[in-house]
Structures are given as structure tokens and as C-alpha cells.
Design a protein around this ligand. Structure first.
Ligand code: FAD
Length: 347
């Protein structure tokens, strides 16, 4: 009998996203509750090692659409491979990570499989084979329960909202190769190359994030004489603040985040933006320096386990959500905090 629970393993160049393993592990638990088997589907090229790891995290069967034409993620080719792999025998539940690719391919799969998709889910409850998913709405102010009346019930899981996956090297499972569904000539998008983003820890996977906001530009430092343009002066000033943010992040092994105000003003690239129109994160520790706590920023980080806010203004809204608040100038607070952390962590 076909497995009732499927999971999608999102990968890049054969390396699964850590969030994919959380999804496999969550899928395993769901399959156990349903007394069912778990199928993991991965699409790409050179996926043998990934298949082995998927079994260790809980898959009974791994389907690999493993083909050189699938080496690069291209939504149409991947969605076609997915629909073909599912075929007629649709699972009850199909889980995806809420990554950029995961969201996209789940949306396309919902169209191909004539079903719905429940996005960015933080909890799942099972009644028979019917799933009730919990997801934050209105910038995390409310939790809503949603169901999907068609099958498969497609669900994307928020990274770090479910149990940390535990691998069992002793598990065994079956690996089956499935063909690509589109001929190369029919795939209209060609990937011409990749450019590495600035190094550092991925925001979505980070267990600690240190973020900076517009407050980083608020200091009385004098820029080098050649910087005279007002907006360049502001950016230069903010960069001094982001250096402090980066130093603390580096000591803590953390990712660097930012508010939209900081991104829009050109202090730091968009890839660092946390919030409604940036990344949604759930780290164990979120340190916000010079960020007011606008609703759109909170939408991206309020599910963090511990929030620490550093802000000059005692009435800044962020303090309402912070477990620990420091009222003060980030330029005064961050350097000694970094030193103290270095000492504490023996770095
Ligand atoms: P501000 O609100 O200007 O706050 C700066 C803070 O720094 C102040 O509280 C100030 O007291 C403090 N400060 C100043 N100097 C210092 C200092 N030296 N030391 C310590 N503290 C200091 N925002 C996001 O962040 N992410 C999003 O994804 C996002 N999406 C949006 C989508 C829409 C549709 C809209 C309309 C807005 C969105 N915004 C988003 C923008 C959001 O509304 C706020 O404008 C933004 O979050 C403010 O950023 P900030 O807190 O850095 O700046």
C-alpha cells in the first residue's frame, strides 16, 4: 500500500536544508500516529547521500528524481517531477519546509494536484487522517486553526517550530529512482550561474540572531573626509553599528538580522531583513539593537524563544515583547556585552 505521509526534501547542490530534516522527522511522527509509512521525495542531481540521511531521519522510502537536468532548481521542472512522482495514488498528507523553494513548489503542487496548501504551520493535530494545522496570522498576534478539505493535504512547516530531528544510523529504507518529467528543451528557464551571498549563518536556520535597526546610524562619529553626501554619511555611521552587531553575532555563532528601515536605507542587504516582507525566524535567542518593534518587524521574530532588546527609548514597543530589555545606547551596550560573552564562552 502506498505511504500516506510524504515529505519534500528541499536541497541545493545535493545538500538538504536543515529545515528539510525537521520536516522528515515531523513526518515520521505523523506517520507513526497514523500507523502509516513515510515517503521522502527529493528532486535534484547527485542525491544518493541525501537519500541515506533521509532514511536516518525517518523515511521508509525515498523517491529520487535524480537527473542532471534537475541539478538547478527550476520551478516548472521540479513541480512536474513532483506531480509525476505522486501519480494517481495521492498521499493523505504531504509536508514541505517553509523555505522559498518549499513555498513555491508546494503552491505549484496544489494546482497540479487540485488541492490546497496550508502555509507556515507551527503545530499539527491529527484526527484520523485529517489534519488541523495551526499557523500564526496578523503578524503573529493570533493563532489560527486551518484544515484542507482535499487530498493530499499540503502543509509547509515553519523552520525550528518542530522538534529537533534525531538521526538513527541503524534505520533502513528503500531508495527508488523516478525519472524527470520534462525534457530539457521544454524547461524555459536556464540557470546561468550563482553568486554567493555574503557569508555567515543562514537566518532561517540560526538558533541565535543579532539584529540591527535604524538606531545603528545614531552616533556622533565622524566619517572619513571623502564621505560628504548626507545619505552616505548615514550609511557609514550605520555600518559602524552593524560592525558591533556583527562582532556580537560572531562570538555567539549567530546570524545577523536587520529591520526593513535599515535595509531600505542601504545599511545592509535585503537578505538580512527580518519581518513581514523579510524572513520569518524562530531562534532560541533574538537580540534586537536599535529596533523599535514595529508590527511588521514583530511579524518576523515574535515567535523567538527569548527576545533581548537594546534601545535608547524606554517606551519603544519592542520592550513589550522582550524577556530582557536594556534601555541605553547600543554603542555603549554592545561592546561590553560582546566582551562579556567572549569571556563567558572562552573565546
Ligand atoms: P525605527 O522605527 O526608526 O526605530 C529605531 C529605533 O532605534 C528607535 O526605537 C530608537 O529609539 C532606537 N535608537 C535610536 N538610536 C539608538 C541607539 N544609539 N541605541 C539604541 N537604540 C537607538 N519592517 C521590518 O523590520 N521588517 C519587515 O519585513 C517590514 N515589512 C513592512 C511591510 C510593510 C507593508 C510596511 C508598511 C512596513 C514594513 N516594515 C517592515 C517597516 C516597519 O513598519 C518599520 O518602519 C521598521 O520596522 C522600523 O525599523 P526600525 O525599528 O529599525 O526603525
Amino acid at each position: 500500500m502506498a505511504n500516506k505521509v510524504w515529505v519534500y526534501v528541499d536541497q541545493f547542490k545535493g545538500q538538504a536544508l536543515p529545515a528539510s530534516w525537521e520536516v522528515v522527522y515531523a513526518g515520521r511522527k505523523l506517520a507513526d500516529q497514523m500507523g502509516a509509512g513515510l515517503t521522502a521525495l527529493a528532486i535534484g542531481s547527485g542525491l544518493d547521500e541525501l537519500a541515506r540521511t533521509a532514511i536516518e531521519y525517518g523515511a521508509d522510502q525515498v523517491l529520487l528524481a535524480d537527473d542532471p537536468s534537475l541539478a538547478d532548481y527550476r520551478a516548472n521542472a521540479y513541480a512536474a517531477a513532483l506531480a509525476q512522482a505522486v501519480g494517481e495514488d495521492v498521499p493523505d498528507v504531504f509536508l514541505f519546509p517553509t523555505s522559498t523553494r518549499g513555498r513555491e513548489i508546494a503552491g505549484m503542487a496544489a494546482i497540479d494536484l487540485n488541492t490546497g496548501v496550508l502555509v507556515d504551520v507551527t503545530e499539527m493535530k491529527l484526527d484520523g487522517d485529517k489534519l488541523t494545522a495551526v499557523r500564526p496570522v496578523y503578524a503573529g498576534k493570533l493563532l489560527t486553526e486551518v484544515v484542507c478539505d482535499a487530498k493530499p493535504q499540503l502543509v509547509t512547516l515553519r523552520a525550528r517550530a518542530f522538534d529537533k530531528p534525531v538521526a538513527d544510523a541503524g534505520r533502513s529504507g528503500e531508495v527508488t529512482k523516478v525519472p524527470a518529467a520534462m525534457a530539457e528543451d521544454d524547461v524555459k528557464v536556464k540557470v546561468t550561474g550563482y553568486q554567493e551571498a555574503e557569508g555567515g549563518v543562514s537566518l532561517t536556520d540560526a538558533s541565535v540572531i543579532v539584529s540591527g535597526g535604524r538606531g545603528t546610524s545614531n552616533n556622533s562619529m565622524e566619517p572619513p573626509v571623502e564621505i560628504t553626501d548626507e545619505s552616505e554619511v548615514e550609511i557609514w555611521k550605520a555600518q559602524q553599528g552593524f560592525k558591533l552587531v556583527g562582532e556580537l553575532a560572531s562570538v555567539l555563532g549567530a546570524a545577523v538580522g536587520a529591520s526593513r528601515a535599515a535595509v531600505d536605507a542601504g545599511y545592509i542587504p535585503y537578505s538580512h531583513q527580518v519581518g513581514q516582507t523579510g524572513k520569518v525566524v524562530s531562534p532560541d535567542l533574538y537580540i534586537a539593537a536599535g529596533i523599535s518593534g514595529a508590527i511588521q518587524h514583530l511579524a518576523g521574530m515574535r515567535s523567538s524563544k527569548v527576545i533581548v532588546a537594546i534601545n535608547k527609548d524606554p517606551d519603544a514597543p519592542i520592550f513589550k515583547y522582550a524577556r530582557f530589555g536594556v534601555v541605553g545606547d547600543l554603542y555603549q551596550i554592545l561592546p561590553p556585552l560582546t566582551e562579556a560573552m567572549k569571556e563567558r564562552l572562552g573565546k
